[in-house]
Design a protein around this ligand. Structure first.
Ligand SMILES: N[C@@H](CCC(=O)N[C@@H](CS)C(=O)NCC(=O)O)C(=O)O
Length: 261
């Protein structure tokens, strides 16, 4: 009788332990593997670190030293054939298999679809986000990039090029300022479209712009800048990037005058 009681007690303990182990197992099995972010601290890189931080997705930063030519390694080119950061590898891609994504806009959309965050599903709201996302990747980004280049890196002063791109960034800032006069964010609610643009506005001075001229844009920038996720994304340090000397002929040879390879 006593022995039966003991064996029933042992069985009960075993069942309880098994249930506990089972409850713990899915948590371990489903713990997401971190997304690899191929990154350098630039406005294009920040777009993705902001989105990853905003979504609370686990990620690891894989610095790609674009000043030393790491964007041309076969490994990186297999992920990002345009030799540009950012890119990601998501080990848990569609069908549970890894996927790589390059082009910041495509990455933002991918992460938005994956998480269901900052990229609305309703068609009307999604169109608005896409308008402003594509406006950034096709307009603000390239124009600001050229303004920065001619203002800071041209070997001789090129007045026409500086004026052309500085004016264009000024025009684009004006477009954003008007858009933001009667809404909080570019597409109404905070979205991947805002994340795409904020890094360029952060560097306004380098593009010869004074945010004081654009009060609604300034308010938008300050609102986004104050978000803890954005703060964390901007705080990611890549020591090698801070040490880059853009006057170094070796760095300039890597970054400028690139032609088909
Ligand atoms: N259209 C690309 C542009 C990316 C881009 O220009 N990345 C720059 C850094 S901001 C880069 O990787 N430059 C490397 C190089 O010039 O070789 C995107 O939106 O992802």
């Amino acid at each position: 009788m006593q022995a039966m009681k003991r064996s029933r007690q042992v069985a009960k303990i075993k069942t309880a332990r098994a249930a506990k182990a089972k409850a713990a197992a899915p948590a371990t099995a489903s713990r997401p593997q971190p997304i690899e972010l191929y990154y350098w601290p630039t406005p294009n890189g920040w777009k993705i670190s902001i989105m990853l931080e905003e979504c609370g997705l686990p990620y690891v930063v894989r610095p790609v030293d674009i000043a030393r030519g790491e964007q041309f390694t076969p490994e990186f080119l297999s992920i990002s054939p345009n030799n540009r950061i950012p890119a990601i590898v998501d080990p848990d891609g569609p069908g549970g298999r890894p996927i790589s994504v390059f082009e910041s806009g495509a990455i933002l959309q991918y992460l938005g679809r994956k998480t269901g965050k900052f990229y609305p599903q309703s068609e009307r709201a999604r169109v608005a986000v896409e308008e402003w996302l594509f406006w950034q990747v096709g307009g603000l980004g390239p124009m600001a990039g050229q303004a920065n280049h001619f203002r800071r890196y041209a070997p001789e002063p090129l007045i026409y090029a500086v004026a052309r791109y500085t004016d264009e960034v000024n025009r684009l800032f004006g477009v954003m300022n008007t858009r933001l006069a009667d809404r909080e964010f570019l597409a109404g609610r905070y979205s991947i479209a805002d994340m795409a643009s904020v890094g360029w506005v952060r560097l306004a001075e380098r593009m010869g712009q004074d945010l004081a001229e654009f009060p609604h844009l300034k308010r938008w920038f300050e609102t986004i800048r104050a978000r803890p996720a954005v703060e964390r994304a901007f705080a990611i340090r890549v020591p090698a990037a801070s040490a880059v000397n853009m006057r170094d002929p070796k760095v300039r040879a890597v970054l400028f005058g690139q032609r088909a390879r």
